[in-house]
Design a protein around this ligand. Structure first.
Ligand code: ZN
Length: 325
């Protein structure tokens, strides 16, 4: 199975991508203070995020899903938050369009972080999966009855998925240092942005969608296990863990008590959320816009305090947690 031609082709592709990355790094290093240590010019960067719907490219069968997203303004909300908070070095154009690069079928961010493509058939697929969910999956009590329909779930899960792409765009434009896989960091930004700025809806809707996708994927494959993304079902639990950890008093009963997030994972979630929240505020801090700097600095400082407090609390309960596993 390992000698299968497809896998060797994948390895080759990875080797080439590695070479390109090294080349890219060399160019960036020659660029002197371009991404160096706080020369005071970052806040002057004035790249802006814009969202464009290329309506004339969209096929009739995808118009319904696109209308749902357009009306919900979830893409514009994320764009507004980044425009307000972050001084981007370059413009970022978000294109909802059928005119995508060859082979693109999902939402993708280009390597330079300056274009995000959202293909309309991808939105239709999400909506179809969620139409099936509302007919076949019992609504989690935490998720409001009034939003448990295909359209609202599509908008909320797209808000999370778009947060993931925005995470990629920020990492690539700002050359953020990664201490783990970029895909994990992108999922992390989706949690960071939506939990802080929107509420629990996007994380829950994304968990509901990814759970359905995992069911459709069925048995784990070699490609799935070796993906640069965590396996789909694991991402469901990551989304829920960050949400639960962000406010355990509010979410423990409805997520852990109700059996959606296992009791073995739950004790780690408050500290995991605190690390993520502190991590993203700290990553973005050198790139805050002038108007956001005071507010952002305060958020970073309070995230730091929270991380220290959660680490202490975790330490105090560690014996009990370990004995309970
Ligand atoms: Zn990604």
């Amino acid at each position: 199975m390992l000698s299968n031609g497809g896998h060797w082709a994948m390895l080759r592709t990875a080797a080439i991508a590695g070479a390109l990355l090294v080349a890219g790094f060399a160019v960036a290093s020659c660029n002197g203070n371009g991404n160096g240590n706080g020369n005071g010019s970052k806040a002057d960067a004035n790249g802006k995020v814009t969202v464009v719907y290329e309506a004339n490219t969209i096929k009739p069968e995808d118009r319904q899903a696109v209308t749902v997203i357009r009306k919900s303004r979830v893409l514009e909300q994320a764009a507004d938050w980044v425009n307000k908070s972050v001084a981007l070095p370059h413009d970022l154009v978000v294109k909802v369009t059928d005119k995508v690069p060859p082979g693109v079928t999902d939402a993708v961010t280009q390597p330079d972080g300056r274009t995000i493509f959202v293909p309309p058939p991808f939105l239709t697929q999400i909506q179809e999966a969620l139409s099936n969910v509302v007919k076949t999956v019992k609504r989690p009590a935490l998720f409001p009855q009034s939003s448990y329909n295909a359209d609202d779930l599509t908008a909320l899960s797209t808000q999370f998925i778009f947060g993931h792409e925005m995470g990629h765009a920020l990492q690539r434009q700002l050359l953020l240092p990664n201490l783990g896989l970029e895909e994990d960091a992108a999922d992390g930004f989706a949690s960071f942005y939506t939990v802080n700025e929107v509420g629990p809806g996007p994380s829950l809707a994304a968990a509901i969608l990814f759970d359905e996708i995992a069911r459709k994927e069925g048995k784990l494959t070699l490609e799935g296990l070796s993906s640069d993304h965590p396996v789909t079902q694991q991402r469901v639990f990551n989304f829920l863990c960050y949400l639960e950890g962000s406010d355990q008093k509010r979410f423990y009963e409805s997520l852990v008590g109700a059996g959606y997030l296992p009791k073995t994972r739950a004790p780690l979630c408050p500290q995991a959320w605190a690390m993520l929240n502190y991590g993203w505020w700290s990553q973005l801090q050198p790139h805050f816009s002038r108007e956001f700097k005071d507010q952002g600095d305060k958020a970073q400082e309070s995230a730091r305090d929270q991380l220290i407090a959660e680490t202490k609390a975790f330490e105090e309960n560690l014996d009990e947690i370990r004995s309970g596993q």
